[in-house]
Design a protein. Structure first.
Length: 112
């Protein structure tokens, strides 16, 4: 589910930046409070359709693996959680906009 959350968040940020010039998280939150999620309805529908067709594995709870992954690849905690979950479940590839995953050899990053 952390991958869903990350995808949802990054998608919102990209749409808000493209459509409204919003670049910061605080401004995005303000926009959502004032206007709702309507600006991203199509994205959210498509995201949910894609994720409904996937097998969603639970995030790893192996704290040592998360820490080692963070340290080995200089990842922030949420990215380390995602990468460690992929490693734990032997997921060989990850589709992402996030360039930070390019350092991770397993899973390899598939650019989208």
């Amino acid at each position: 589910m952390s991958v869903y959350e990350e995808t949802f968040f990054v998608g919102l940020k990209l749409i808000a930046e493209d459509e409204f010039g919003i670049t910061g998280t605080a401004d995005l939150k303000k926009h959502i409070r004032e206007n709702g999620y309507g600006f991203a309805d199509e994205f959210i529908r498509n995201l949910n359709e894609i994720f409904s067709g996937l097998a969603i594995v639970p995030d790893t709870s192996n704290l040592t693996l998360i820490e080692k992954t963070a340290r080995a690849y200089d990842l922030l905690p949420n990215d380390a959680l995602i990468a460690a979950t992929c490693i734990e479940h032997a997921i060989p590839q990850i589709a992402t906009f996030d360039k930070d995953f390019s350092k991770v050899k397993n899973p390899c990053r598939i650019k989208i």
